[in-house]
Design a protein around this ligand. Structure first.
Ligand code: NAD
Ligand code: DAU
Length: 350
């Protein structure tokens, strides 16, 4: 094994696609997936690769310094790809403290463990996976570039911005080799159904209302999750130390237009009358501090590495809808946990 790679949060949505890609595409690497298995982490996302000889899972809480140090003592990682986080903006509004612990303190524990290895003379690259939300909110025009000033507005984005700053501080102050990428909204199989697209798919299947915040005029830039996983693989191998890379789909959608498109896709797949799912759309109270628009300029990544998003949105959405329809057991299992009470707090009582 030439490389020992730690992927944190590898049982989550994006992490599971990154783990699969590394296990399959880099058979010479030992891939260690360390995840606390919160409500968002699910080993069922990885059943197809769990018996591969170059894959190991460790249940670990990144906030627990002892657990982190023990894992690093055991493996001496050459590469750390850090995805573990609390990731849902609405949950950060109702429970901000958890986001501070996991996203900030958890990141510091990993940085310190990498630094200890560096001090012991062993090189390691710390690759931090972050979000376009650190840049704040755009008006009708313009794109976020890597030099856009940080302006986070939600507890989630503020916690991710803090962790980005800390990663850069460990680079400048302690010489730790780091790289950061900031990505737009991902969609695809295995996404927890609290996020807009899988939430809408689940509600359409069950003929429940589709809650659209405000007037549905907020805009997001959607990227298929496997395109993100490919970008992460490329940056892990070719990214310049100390650099930041924006990753986006060049695929902006107003929420209401996206939901209407998804309704048409689902009517077709479920053999329902055209327009039936659209009747489920319900405008609800807006998210507090709801950022209007995110849009990403990924030209630095494309210029340096040639990466471009491969998946067309219509095709990606169809594959995603099919995946949820074919994996009703997965869907039932993940929503049978704390999700019912979360959904009631979030939508029924608001
Ligand atoms: P997710 O919520 O689906 O998964 C997060 C994973 O982290 C889960 O498996 C969870 O169990 C694990 N985790 C949480 N707390 C932990 C802890 N204390 N210790 C160890 N593991 C812990 O998230 P996601 O959507 O896959 O996002 C992954 C990363 O990518 C996050 O850092 C997020 O900020 C970033 N990101 C997400 C998006 C997106 O659209 N989803 C876009 C850009 C960046
Ligand atoms: O931009 C990257 C970010 O994208 C990631 O860093 C986050 O981890 C990820 O959760 C996502 O954040 P968003 O807040 O943009 O995603 P979400 O799916 O929660 O919401 C997408 C848009 O849809 C947003 O404008 C809010 C709106 N929305 C969301 C939900 C859950 C609704 O209108 N109704 C809903 O029920």
């Amino acid at each position: 094994m030439k490389q020992t790679v730690l992927i944190t949060g590898g049982a989550g949505f994006i992490g599971s696609h990154v783990v699969r890609r590394f296990v399959r595409n880099h058979p010479e690497y030992l891939v260690v997936n360390a995840d606390k298995l919160t409500y968002a982490g699910n080993l069922a996302n990885l059943t197809d690769i769990e018996k591969m000889p170059n894959y190991i899972f460790h249940k670990m809480d990144i906030v627990n310094r002892r657990e982190v140090d023990e894992l690093f003592e055991k493996y001496r990682f050459n590469l750390v790809i850090h995805l573990a986080a609390e990731s849902h903006v609405d949950r950060s509004i109702s429970s901000p403290d958890l986001f501070i612990h996991t996203n900030i303190l958890g990141t510091v524990n990993l940085l310190n463990a990498c630094r200890a290895q560096l001090t012991a003379g062993e090189d390691t690259l710390f690759y931090h996976i972050s979000t376009d939300e650190v840049y704040g909110s755009l008006g009708a025009e313009g794109l976020f570039t890597e030099t856009t000033p940080y302006d986070p507005r939600s507890p989630y984005s503020a916690s991710k911005a803090s962790s980005d700053h800390l990663v850069r501080a460990w680079f400048h102050t302690f010489g730790l080799p780091v790289v950061i990428s900031n990505c737009s909204n991902n969609y695809g199989p295995n996404q927890f159904p609290e996020k807009l697209i899988p939430l809408a798919i689940n509600n359409i299947i069950n003929r429940h209302e589709i809650p659209v915040y405000g007037k549905g005029e907020n805009i997001r830039d959607w990227l298929y999750v496997e395109d993100h996983a490919e970008a992460i693989d490329i940056i892990a191998h070719n990214g310049k130390r100390g650099n930041t890379y924006n990753i986006g789909g060049n695929n902006e959608w107003k929420n209401i237009d996206l939901i209407k498109l998804l309704c048409r896709v689902m009517d077709d797949k479920l053999g329902r009358r055209s327009g039936e799912s659209e009747e489920l759309i319900t405008f609800v109270k807006d998210r507090a501090g709801h950022d209007l628009r995110y849009a990403i300029d990924s030209s630095r990544l494309t210029a340096e590495t040639g990466w471009v998003p491969r998946h067309d949105f219509a095709a990606g959405l169809a594959v995603t809808a099919d995946w949820y329809l074919e994996n009703s057991r997965w869907l039932q299992d993940v929503i049978s946990g704390d999700y019912a009470s979360y959904y009631e707090e979030q939508y029924i009582k608001r």
